[in-house]
Design a protein. Sequence first.
Length: 135
Amino acid sequence: METIVAKSDSLVLCAEAAEGIVACCQLTAQGGGTVHLGMLSVRPDLQARGMGRRLLAEAEAWARTRFGGRRVRMTVISRRSELLDWYARRGYLPTGEVLPFRAEPTDRLLAGDLDFVVLVKELSPSPAPDEAPPA
């Protein structure tokens, strides 16, 4: 984790509550206006309360402001239809690209019948400073 946090093209967002970190995700600038979103997770007993939706919106804002992102790209395990549907409701669409589920750094297939679906969301431009909503 320290390696990820130390990189200038990557950041980890965490949501904290009294009991500690309850949600997190990682953003990595990929160049060309694309920012990869990964490892979005919410503590299981706190899911279905809007925390994931709020964290995703915050991640998109950071992608725009910190990395100049115009689009967010992610991969989701193809068998997770409920998760694919959740992201689709938030504007993430399949690109048609499918990637094998491989172990890093060995690059061996972890499971022959699992793969990743690539999703992308085009981000709306950041509002001009005089148009930004009040804090």
